[in-house]
Design a protein around this ligand. Structure first.
Ligand code: SAM
Ligand code: SF4
Length: 342
């Protein structure tokens, strides 16, 4: 197995069966983390790119079985920020030194292009690179957001097992998910995708397929984390994912897509107090500190144990900066677009 890992590190290629063997063999975990860390250093370098996250609406028309924001969850205080609030948070993020913002929400149809494009233009005028993470939309809507200044889009495939996808996404279609990812690419976005690790019924073969999918669509960004059961969802009693496996899938994503931008996700930290730092040392090169303020933070609850719910943006950013310096890494000084390797 050691030879297969060395080959993967050198060539970014691996057969599905071998990938499954790597996923199954716990004795290789540290070697995989170290290989991913080397590849990260050689390709994207030591800079950690900070993206300020604004959670601007937790209203969602979808009913994903794992997510606290799902439509049928009545135990959520729903909110939708006003345009001025979103722009004020962006201005604050600028004062804190951010150059990229991630605007994330449930699938909230209130935000039509008519309402969202002026917000994007105002944020663009502040000099930000803009990432959207607002779910499935028709191609013409993606085109309108691209034209208004959005640069990147995050839409996780969640799982490439279409049967599992159907089970956990009532009313949604796997084919439409794929079509959305293709449309985002077509419109010229940097495209981010990713998966949940530890969904009920998910096998190591499914995770290997997820990893090969990220490679096949040449994902510019790969965001993944453990599935964490939420008591207000149909998956309340599920076992949930574990930190070590999620970290391993992330490290393998780095080995398969050496020049992608890979965040150390908040879900990693929900399961391990040093989760994001360990992720940064196992292939990740991006962190998305939350710049949402006040009560909104505690109302945007996907899963229990979300870190920093009572922090201010200043505290979140300061804490992250210190942690990054402590492991000898630097803060990215540009907007952190993917620079493709030949
Ligand atoms: N609504 C948009 C979408 O679904 O793409 C963006 C927001 S959604 C809350 C962002 C991500 O949260 C999803 O892609 C999903 O993977 C993750 N998520 C939701 N519930 C989760 C849970 N219980 N544990 C871990 N991650 C979760
Ligand atoms: Fe809505 Fe996204 Fe949560 Fe699904 S994952 S319920 S689309 S917020």
């Amino acid at each position: 197995m050691q030879a297969i890992l060395e080959q993967l590190e050198k060539t970014a290629r691996i057969e599905r069966d071998d990938l499954i063997k790597l996923l199954a063999d716990d004795s290789l975990d540290e070697a995989i983390f170290a290989a991913a860390d080397r590849v990260r250093r050689q390709t994207v370098g030591d800079a950690v790119h900070l993206r300020g996250l604004i959670e601007f609406s937790n209203i969602c028309k979808q009913n994903c079985c794992y997510c606290g924001l799902r439509r049928d969850n009545a135990n959520v205080h729903r909110y939708r920020m006003k345009a001025e609030e979103i722009i004020r948070l962006a201005e604050h993020a600028k004062a804190l030194g951010f150059q990229t913002l991630v605007l994330q929400s449930g699938e909230d149809d209130y935000f039509t292009p008519e309402r969202l494009t002026p917000i994007l233009k105002a944020i663009k005028a502040l000099g930000f690179a803009i990432t959207l993470s607002i779910g499935e939309k028709p191609p013409e809507v993606y085109a309108a957001y691209k034209a208004a200044g959005a640069d990147r889009y995050l839409l996780r495939i969640e799982t490439t097992n279409s049967t599992l996808y159907g089970r956990f996404h009532p009313g949604m279609s796997f084919d439409n998910r794929l079509a959305c990812l293709a449309a985002l690419r077509e419109e010229g976005f940097e495209v981010g995708t990713g998966c949940l690790v530890g969904l009920p019924g998910q096998t190591l073969g499914d995770l290997a397929d997820d990893l090969l999918f990220f490679q096949a669509i040449d994902a510019d960004m790969i965001g993944l984390g453990p599935f964490i059961p939420n008591q207000d969802t149909p998956l309340a009693e599920a076992a949930g994912g574990n930190f070590q496996l999620a970290r391993k899938v992330m490290a393998l994503a780095r080995l398969l897509r050496p020049d992608a931008n890979i965040p150390a996700t908040t879900a990693m930290e929900a399961l391990h107090p040093q989760g994001r730092i360990l992720a940064l040392q196992s292939g990740a090169n991006v962190i998305m500190p939350n710049v949402t303020e006040g009560d909104y933070r505690s109302w945007y609850v996907l899963y229990p144990g979300k870190v920093g719910v009572h922090d201010t943006p200043e505290n979140s950013v300061e804490a992250i900066r210190k942690k990054i310096a402590a492991i000898g890494r630097t803060i990215g000084q540009d907007q952190g677009f993917r620079s493709k390797r030949p």
